[in-house]
Design a binder for this molecule. Structure first.
Ligand code: AMP
Length: 318
């Protein structure tokens, strides 16, 4: 069993680093912090660090560690929730003695000998829950709470098709055995200021839709300023446009001035989109993908490809 093998490798190392993708979402951060805390609880003498750039909005999940004094050549690196090496938020990836990958995205780069990749899971947190339940790794209330946060957010409140009976089974066990306060969790995840809600209304009112059902909006920095939201806000809203009958696929684009890049969030209820996103420095799941693009012409090319994919999907569905 892969979980037992991972446990065996973890038990061999005194120094362990846990990393995940750049631009982390709650599943990436929660899986990292939950597994770190479980390893610390089980093996108090090991030096275990969860690293990467933090996000203030997700501080309630826990705090991250600094990379100070790590000897990569003697350490184990566990990479969570990311299929490709260039998106792993850790320096010196190549220097680690051994790398384990645990991920629920479609397979991309080989990172190490031990890789547990399974797209049937709703979230990396669901995988970590199995890892802990099926080995001697320990769980406590806080770890259980964080795992639940990752599962509920990445499955979009159990709405996405990756939600399975297994997802609900492990959530039931987490809630039952570890006394999780759901109200407190949902307040952290879903409460938001009125200006963000107004911004969402603005997006809904101003999205363009093609005759093929491809909806899109280019979010300018003026819009961000006008609504006084932070630049990552739109990314977190893309799932709220699910279940709109007139949309087959939809995309938000925002411009990251610091990185001089267009960031695109794409969702679909019809055509598979990750293969299209991959052509634009992107990727992700079949129906939930992202891309990073350096010029506006390529954004328009991506939109054209998405629109064509919607057209083809509609024709085939007739
Ligand atoms: P997001 O729209 O940021 O929620 O991302 C949706 C999915 O696409 C997630 O699984 C991301 O990890 C993945 N993703 C987003 N941006 C990229 C990218 N530039 N390259 C590869 N995968 C991405």
């Amino acid at each position: 069993m892969i979980e037992k093998n991972i446990y065996k490798i973890i038990s061999k190392y005194d120094s362990i680093i846990l990393a995940r993708h750049i631009g982390p979402d709650p599943d990436a951060i929660a899986s990292q912090i939950a597994l770190r805390d479980s390893i610390r609880l089980t093996f108090p003498k090991k030096k275990v660090s969860a690293v990467g750039v933090g996000v203030s909005r997700f501080k309630y999940i826990g705090s991250l560690d600094k990379l100070d004094g790590i000897k990569e050549e003697e350490s184990l690196l566990i990479v969570l929730d990311v299929p490709n090496i260039w998106r792993v938020d850790v320096p010196n990836f190549d220097k680690y003695k051994e790398v384990i990958k645990i991920d629920h995205h479609p397979y991309e780069d080989q990172m190490g000998k031990c890789e547990w990749v399974d797209t049937n899971y709703s979230s990396t947190c669901e995988m970590i829950t199995d890892l802990i339940f099926n080995t001697k790794l320990k769980m406590n209330e806080e770890i259980a709470r964080n795992l639940y946060v990752g599962i509920v957010t990445d499955s979009d409140r159990f709405l996405l098709t990756t939600t399975s009976s297994h997802t609900l089974l492990v959530c039931s066990k987490l809630i039952n055995d570890y006394n999780i306060n759901l109200t407190e969790i949902y307040n952290h995840i879903y409460q938001r200021p009125l200006n963000e809600f107004k911004f969402q209304a603005y997006l809904a009112l101003n999205m363009s839709v093609t005759e093929n059902g491809f909806a899109y909006i280019k979010i300018t920095n003026e819009m961000i300023k006008e609504f006084n939201v932070d630049s990552g806000t739109a990314s977190n809203m893309v799932n709220n446009f699910n279940f709109i009958k007139d949309y087959v696929a939809w995309a938000f684009v925002s411009y990251d001035e610091r990185q001089e890049l267009y960031k695109v969030n794409i969702r679909s209820r019809g055509p598979v989109i990750n293969e299209i996103a991959t052509k634009y420095h992107g990727g992700g799941h079949k129906y939930a993908s992202g891309a990073r693009i350096s010029n506006e012409e390529d954004v328009d090319k991506l939109f054209k490809e998405l629109d064509d994919a919607c057209k083809k999907y509609n024709e085939e569905a007739l």
